[in-house]
Design a protein around this ligand. Structure first.
Ligand code: SAH
Length: 504
């Protein structure tokens, strides 16, 4: 059973500081005796630029059988245990998670006396597990790791025997996770999800498993779209324990809104917004343009995808015509700020019934996004790596399919008009790309064609005769013919605003 954790230089310099965060020295191989055999920790590479730690668990079959005796659920010899002994020496599984829990206990808790501020911040991480037993296969692996903020989740089925492709696939996948996450968060994902995917928890599940699950799930499990499956499988499908855990997760969700101090809120605000928008009121113009387009579309139920700190959600809730408003974001911190902004916890019952905030990644299809009249993607697409854009396109236009979709994004041509922006730069550090009007139109027309939408373009902000407006907006509608006049009206209104502004 084998896994590797790598990090690449910045901001961890030297990269070998990974050793501090894991509390395991990169200079030597170490062995630890664990409940199920010997765990080895060593570093296949350790340079200033790149550092990889490997965890290898050598299962001791005798210890395993001895520990397991009498603990099987039926009281008879435990066949699940026999399986571990027979065919799993190289597969990562719940046993690896247990080993992780003891070997990397301090790292899992997120504390690091030597480098406290490093432990608290996201690092570029790559985790590879060459053979991960996965009941539910690669699709479930993606559904479980997908919403957790990893930029890439690669799950490749492992062939039963490469020499004989006809034999089909084994129950193993090769998993590679990449992204910028806190090390503790990454380890906690694995600590919970390895046994969930293995789905054959090898030891007797005791009530303190609920505590372990909630501790390891802190900050991500409550808002995970598959939290019910994760909880039930992690607790070996014990109904009583699962119900208990689900209730506590519900409380976590409610408490999250109250958890942050003022300082944290400010940080989260910095993280979640495009800083160039303040104090420029372009963000406000964008919201006005979006509200006009929603009005023209006659939408009553609206999804704000990538809602950030919830300003648009707040504006929508002020208007009684919006009967159901949902804000979705991949960032729990942004959602927490949004919940505070909306005073969700103090809201009356009727108002609270209109709004929901939930965590999710827009690059994965999600049942919760179905059934709304309109969806807004305001300044969100440019935060995704270009290769992930087709996944978002499918999740929104292919799977969720609201009748109206409003997308705004910066117009890169306008960047020359920003005085403070050096030539050739994007407006925000986290923008993965910025498009010219032509590039945006080409993308939008492609989306419309592939998914049966009509599309209109609306300038937002002063429409410069040479470089166009600072923000470009596309309004996608299914059945474009019937609603054409309303959409045109939107465009006209917005253009007028832009002209007024120029005149001013
Ligand atoms: N819509 C807001 C915020 C834009 S900032 C506004 O117009 O002000 C972009 C937001 O998209 C951030 O809050 C970020 O967390 C979110 N985001 C980025 N990638 C995402 C993804 N894959 N899934 C969901 N949200 C994402």
């Amino acid at each position: 059973m084998f896994m590797t954790i790598s990090t690449t230089g910045d901001p961890l310099r030297p990269a070998t500081d990974l050793g501090f965060l894991l509390h395991k020295h990169p200079g030597r191989a170490q062995a630890f005796s664990t409940a199920h055999g010997t765990a080895h920790v060593f570093y296949p590479e350790a340079s200033d630029e790149r550092c990889t730690a490997a965890l290898l668990l050598e299962v001791d079959p005798v210890a395993l059988v001895r520990r397991g005796r009498g603990k099987g659920r039926s009281g008879t010899p435990d066949t699940a245990l026999a399986q571990y002994v027979n065919d799993r020496p190289y597969a990562a599984s719940s046993l690896l998670a247990v080993a992780m829990g003891s070997v990397f206990r301090t790292a899992l808790s997120g504390t690091c006396a030597a480098l406290p501020e490093r432990a608290a911040r996201p690092l570029p991480l790559r985790i590879e597990i060459p053979a991960l037993p996965a009941r539910g296969g690669a699709p479930l692996v993606r559904a479980l790791f997908g919403p957790l903020g990893w930029t890439s989740v690669e799950a490749e089925p492992v062939a039963l025997d490469e020499r004989f492709p006809g034999w089909g696939e084994s129950r193993y996948v090769r998993l590679v996770l990449e992204g910028e996450l806190r090390l503790a968060a990454a380890l906690r994902h694995l600590y919970v999800l390895l046994p969930v995917l293995d789905d054959a928890k090898h030891y007797w599940v005791t009530p303190d498993e609920v505590d372990k699950l909630l501790r390891a799930g802190d900050g991500w499990l409550a808002g995970h779209p598959e939290h019910a499956l994760i909880t039930s499988r992690y607790l070996a499908r014990r109904r009583g324990l699962t119900r208990q855990a689900m209730e506590r997760l519900e409380l976590v969700r409610l408490a999250e809104a109250d958890d942050l101090g003022v300082e944290d809120v400010d940080n989260a605000v910095d993280e979640a917004t495009d800083t160039e928008e303040r104090p420029v009121p372009l963000a406000e113009r964008r919201r006005e343009a979006i509200l006009r387009a929603l009005d023209a579309a006659g939408a009553a139920t609206v999804l704000d995808l990538g809602c950030g700190q919830g300003q648009l959600v707040q504006a929508l809730l002020r208007d009684p015509r919006y009967t159901r408003v949902a804000g979705v974001d991949v960032s729990v911190r942004a959602l927490t700020v949004a919940a505070r902004r909306l005073r969700l916890e103090r809201m009356g019952e009727r108002q609270a019934a209109r709004v929901s905030l939930f965590q999710g990644s827009l690059t994965y299809t999600d049942k919760r996004l179905k059934g709304y009249d309109a969806a807004v993607l305001s300044e969100v697409i440019e935060h995704l790596d270009l290769p992930r854009l087709p996944a978002l396109e499918y999740a929104v236009f292919g799977s969720a399919r609201p009748a109206t979709v409003i997308v705004t994004t910066p117009n890169s041509e306008y960047n020359v008009r920003w005085e403070s922006l050096p030539a050739g730069h994007v407006r925000h550090g986290d923008h993965r790309f910025e498009w010219t009007r032509e590039e945006f139109r080409a993308w939008a027309h492609g989306v419309a064609e592939r998914h049966g939408y009509g599309v209109e373009f609306v300038p937002v902000g002063p429409d410069d005769p040479e470089v166009g407006p600072p923000t470009q907006m596309a309004v996608f509608r299914t059945a474009p013919a019937t609603d054409a006049p309303t959409t045109t009206e939107t465009a006209t209104t917005t253009t007028t605003t832009a002209k007024e502004e120029k005149a001013a």
